[in-house]
Design a protein around this ligand. Sequence first.
Ligand SMILES: *Cc1c(COP(=O)(O)O)cnc(C)c1O
Length: 191
Amino acid sequence: YSRGLNPTVSILSQKLAAMDGAEDCLVFNSGASAIAASVLANVKSGDHIVSVDKPYTWAQKLFNNILPKFNVSTTYVDGRETDNFKNAIQPNTSVIYVESPNSWSFYLQDLEAIAKHVTFLNLSGRQTSIITICDNSYCSPLYQRPIELRIDLSLQSATKYINGHSDVVASVLSGSKKMIKKIFNSELMTL
Ligand SMILES: *Cc1c(COP(=O)(O)O)cnc(C)c1O
């Protein structure tokens, strides 16, 4: 039964994880579903997200229209200054969402500096640990590998450069074995 596991997808995900320099990855049926799954797996009611300003349209719709129904709020920041992320973090912040360069302005974020700050915060005994997620669709792993910059989850729409011809809709979500297993057993299989 192949919704979750099948040999073709397993071989594909091993190759794609290697390209991302990640322990493991999941292949989804669209970029939008990888965005939704990665975020939903890491928030609960009452949580807060810090996102780069003007992310991809359907990430914005998730943050603005769907997550507020479950009492999850989002603050958008100009991602050009790492301090803007630092200053927006609240005690209940559980996700930092970046997209570098981002969809509508093409501004860059300092992924490594953001990840470093989050590691520091997570080690300093916060109640909620923060997960960093990067939509890497514009660079693809050829030009930027967020996992190597210590971002927790890197995703890309495979509809774009990985496929390259707009005749396949798919995506890749890479991260640690532990995180990938958690998302597989919950959001991927359920949604
Ligand atoms: C196209 C795109 C997506 C969504 O990908 P689909 O495969 O169309 O669902 C996500 N993020 C970015 C930056 C994109 O350009």
